[in-house]
Design a protein around this ligand. Structure first.
Ligand code: SF4
Length: 267
């Protein structure tokens, strides 16, 4: 039995795949996206942080621990609790992070168990993994939510800290093998929404992913994570950047629809 470092298990989620879902958040990610909305998920270790609480006129500091090791059996027991809601809503379990692929053995075991127990499985991934790991895990995924961020290699390295090459390769592999994939595009003003990146995305999708019926979710930037950056003492490179209103993405939605994608705004 494997163990996983988990930083949260959220029940009744409705944005991480179809129906009502339980989302299991794995801790640890090799990327360092400037816009990361889960900065507490990135270190592959247990962390402590201090939360400031106000009660009336008094303020308190509470030390909190983020991350705990759990066996696959313990995680599955949590997931199984809401089976009745999955059955009624067409939901299931989503494995997210951080980057769940970093804990391949635990993830694959969990996904296999869920599938064997008739629970719908979604993998939410940056796609940054070896081809072998991706093939191993993808075989147990009913649906893959795959982030597509920046096509240009140099800019991808600048804004995420890693190469885009393995990510794009894995995406092509998944679609070629007939996997059910939804692309997720975090729209970050001045970084991913530039005319150059949009053109590069459209060219890549038309040339390299042609033949696949694709769904693209546009995810507008939001600054909800500001407080977490402060609490976990991580540099917030987008401090002060205002939220992007979903209605500002209508023309982008149209652009991607024109190359044959089904496009939604939001999760
Ligand atoms: S891949 Fe996701 S979890 Fe990792 S740094 Fe980027 S946004 Fe954060």
């Amino acid at each position: 039995m494997n163990q996983g470092l988990i930083f949260d298990i959220r029940r009744f989620c409705v944005h991480d795949g179809p129906g009502i879902r339980t989302t299991v958040f794995f801790k640890g990610c090799l990327l360092s996206c400037w816009w990361c909305h889960n900065p507490e998920s990135r270190d592959a270790g247990i962390e402590t942080s201090v939360k400031h609480l106000t009660l009336g006129t008094n303020t308190y500091n509470r030390t909190e621990t983020t991350g705990q090791w759990m066996s696959t059996e313990e995680i599955f027991r949590e997931v199984e609790k809401d089976r009745i809601f999955y059955d009624e809503s067409g939901g299931g379990v989503t494995f997210s992070g951080g980057e769940p692929m970093l804990q391949e053995a635990c993830l694959a075991e969990l996904m296999r168990t869920c599938r064997q127990q008739g629970i719908h499985t979604v993998l939410d991934t940056s796609g940054y993994a070896t081809p072998e790991a991706m093939a191993h895990v993808a075989m147990w995924a009913d649906l893959i939510l795959f982030d597509l961020k920046i096509i240009d290699e140099k800019l991808h390295r600048k804004y995420t800290g890693v190469s885009s090459v393995p990510i794009l390769k894995n995406l092509k592999y998944l679609l070629k093998s007939g996997k059910n994939v939804i692309l997720r595009f975090p729209v970050i003003p001045g970084i991913t929404d530039t005319p150059e990146n949009i053109l590069a995305m459209k060219t890549f999708i038309s040339n390299d992913l042609s033949g696949s019926r694709l769904h693209l979710s546009l995810l507008p930037y939001h600054s909800n994570a500001n407080e977490k950056y402060r609490r976990f003492c991580k540099p917030n490179l987008l401090q002060g950047l205002p939220d992007l209103a979903p209605e500002n993405l209508l023309s982008m939605q149209k652009e991607f629809e024109e190359i044959g994608l089904t496009v939604t705004i939001g999760s």
